[in-house]
Design a protein around this ligand. Sequence first.
Ligand code: ATP
Ligand code: MG
Length: 373
Amino acid sequence: MESSKSNNEEHDKTKQANLQPTLYSYNVLRVATKDFHPHNKLGQGGFGVVYKGILSDGTTVAVKHLTKSQQGVDDFLNEVIVITGVRHKNLVKLKGCCVHGTQRFLVFEYMENSNLAEALWDQQGQQTLLLDWPKRLNICVGVARGLAYLHEDSHPRIIHRDIKATNILLDKNMNAKIADFGLARLFPDDQSHISTQIAGTIGYLAPEYATLGQLTPKADVYSFGILLLEIVSGRKNIDSTLAPNQIYLIKWALFLYESNMLTNLVEETLDIINSENEVRRVINVALLCVQIEPTIRPLMSHVLAMLQGEMDIDVNIIERNLHGTNPNFQSTLDDQNHLPLRENMSINDGNILLMNQVPTSNAEIELTDLQPR
Ligand SMILES: Nc1ncnc2c1ncn2[C@@H]1O[C@H](COP(=O)(O)OP(=O)(O)OP(=O)(O)O)[C@@H](O)[C@H]1O
Ligand SMILES: [Mg+2]
């Protein structure tokens, strides 16, 4: 009895130790990334530049140089500890960080198959990796599981704020892992991130967040709904090369729903002959997630259950709104598509800046056990 108790204690200690971030020296990261060589650059987003690196023990990592971070060292390290502690099989693991003068770096586990946007479309809009229906459904369920964890089970609870195809990374088995959760904690004064230069970010934004700055987990649910439509259709949420009634994926999906032609949404090359029910289920869930009224959108745990066929989908909600009992429905869609600027938005170099992002609460966590390497 006594020995099993101490085993458990040992196990807890090990688990705890694994949740501590590693503090990497600048030199270790410099060597790992070959002096941040452009060949090792994986890409660039709103928070900074990401490099591939190989540590001396052979582990491959992704190193994110936070170009705009202005946070003090203690606050930065405290937030890194918080984010490192949020672990789930559908979340990209934060391994540690590096502070070098005013520069800040985050070190993540490396994802072999890049991100979902690249898997669905390469730069010419062509699909690069084979994503058959079972793989797509697995990705939908994986992202739902990760988001349900962030919203409902993690400590602290986290609203992602930036769910989109480039923030869904794929491991070597094409399992989905959500990247960049909790990063808003490292940019408490940030006024611009939601904009970023990445075309399409705006198309994922829930209307109440885009126009009123109201941030709740339901904003992520909306973005997730858009993502589901992209996964099924294999097209981007806004595509101005298409016919006018197809430019906005959400409008096109609603039109097809109303016309009883839902499966026309599915990417042409995708074989869904034996999976039509699953495909309908995913599209219906997506249309629940993108409801204009946030309170009508389901919780992520319910989304997960519906995707897995463990919970009924109330299509009455979709139909009620299609048939105009919500007079704001179409006009809000139009508003979002035309992207009106509200008081606290401004345009800077073609990017929309949000001026009043809601800060996340700061967890009270001691800075302990950071191991310099
Ligand atoms: N852990 C990782 N493993 C492999 N590739 C990664 C990893 N993290 C990021 N990347 C790649 O680095 C590139 C840049 O990522 P980054 O997060 O900076 O940009 P983004 O996701 O397009 O925009 P945002 O800043 O809004 O998240 C992306 O192509 C992404 O796939
Ligand atoms: Mg990202």
